[in-house]
Design a binder for this molecule. Structure first.
Ligand code: NDP
Length: 333
């Protein structure tokens, strides 16, 4: 198997030398284990946090070992009665071509006709559940709400806006980092408006796009985006605090400024709910029941940006942090 190991903890933007490609022989699957050949694996923003040696809601990646994360692969050898050779499964075996894992830790994939199993790393996987739980459970979205989504053309954000539209939002606005992404949001995904946050101050662009204010803000970015959403929030607006990617490469010497207007949370009686999707994993069944048919029918659209081969996985991860993905960034093997 070929694996990507973390060999040095990144400072700021991860550099290629922080990682190493390592070839190693795998043991045969033991009792109750399966050998999986990966077809796809996911590179995600939260992995940047796991590269730091700090306590968090998931343990840091160990140095000189394969990193983990969500993957889809085919079982090529099985020593378990529950999983057969040829089954396509999701696992935690990212950042490697092959891996051996207990059969009870894999989930069989039954993708609808015409939908790639890689969708279970994005729109029908952890990012999709994040969008659904964040909007519905955490921001308590109600029909008629005006919704602002940052990171709107990413894996999570691209689903948030579509869900809000399907559930009767009065207005859905997204921000993203390129003209093409803005075009995709309004032209394909049904966002009412979108803007490129690199074109000018977020607060000015948001105020123009949402003159009647924001009832729900789905925050993937933090920093200037959160400040702008607070500035444009209506009384009693709700914020689902999902991520803060503007800060992930911060160093002690070079921090990205955070919002300077937190007192408006008091004045406007805002609710801001941070959440971690793994706490809501029991909602996966209800999420898939609602969203799978929409994906199968094309009512929910999704996009994947695909890197080819494990040798490009580190560049795929770095590219995702720089915004080179539209929708989910995937490594295809
Ligand atoms: P995305 O697919 O959205 O990829 C990351 C995107 O972030 C890039 O494409 C880039 O797009 C954008 N970005 C990078 N730097 C900046 C910046 N400085 N300012 C604004 N945008 C930036 O990733 P995901 O959909 O997987 O994740 C989105 C967010 O959700 C992340 O913050 C992530 O940590 C969080 N998350 C939280 C979970 C939870 O349980 N709370 C679970 C899953 C994800 P652009 O071109 O627009 O800049």
């Amino acid at each position: 198997a070929r694996e990507v190991h973390l060999v040095r903890r990144p400072q700021g933007m991860p550099e290629p030398d922080d990682f190493a490609l390592v070839d190693r022989d795998l043991d045969e699957p033991g009792d109750g284990e399966v050998l999986v050949a990966n077809q796809y694996f996911s590179v995600d923003p939260y992995m940047r946090g796991r590269m730091n040696d700090v306590p968090s809601y998931v343990p840091p990646f160990a140095l000189n070992e394969a990193m983990d994360g969500r993957a889809v692969g085919e079982v090529v050898a099985s020593n378990s009665g529950d999983v057969a050779v040829g089954d396509v499964v999701t696992t935690n075996l990212a950042w490697r071509t092959h891996g051996v894992v207990p059969a009870k830790q894999v989930q069989k994939v039954a993708a609808p006709q015409g939908v790639s199993p890689s969708a279970y790393l994005g729109v029908l996987g952890m990012p999709g559940l994040t969008a659904w739980v964040g909007l519905l459970d955490k921001a308590a979205f109600r029909e008629g709400d005006a919704v602002f989504v940052s990171g709107a053309a990413g894996a999570v954000g691209s689903l948030v806006g579509q869900l809000a539209k399907l559930k009767g939002a009065s207005r859905v606005v997204g921000s993203a980092g390129s003209a093409d992404k803005v075009q995709w949001l309004t032209g394909e995904l049904g966002y009412d408006a979108a803007f490129n946050y690199k074109d000018g101050p977020v607060v000015d662009q948001l105020r123009k796009a949402m003159p009647d204010g924001v009832d729900v803000y789905f925050d993937n970015v933090g920093a200037d985006h959160l400040e702008a959403a607070i500035a444009c929030a209506n009384d009693f607006a709700r914020v689902a605090a999902c991520g803060a990617i503007a800060h992930y490469n911060d160093t002690a010497d070079d921090p990205t400024p955070g919002p300077s207007n937190l007192f408006q949370i008091v004045k406007k009686r805002l609710s801001l709910q941070g959440f971690i999707v793994t706490d809501s994993w029991q909602r996966m069944g209800a999420f898939l029941e609602e969203v799978t048919p929409w994906v199968a029918e094309g009512k929910v659209k999704f996009s994947e940006t695909t890197a080819e081969g494990i040798d490009d996985a580190v560049e795929a991860f770095r590219g995702m942090l720089r915004g080179e993905n539209t929708g989910k960034m995937i490594v295809k093997l």
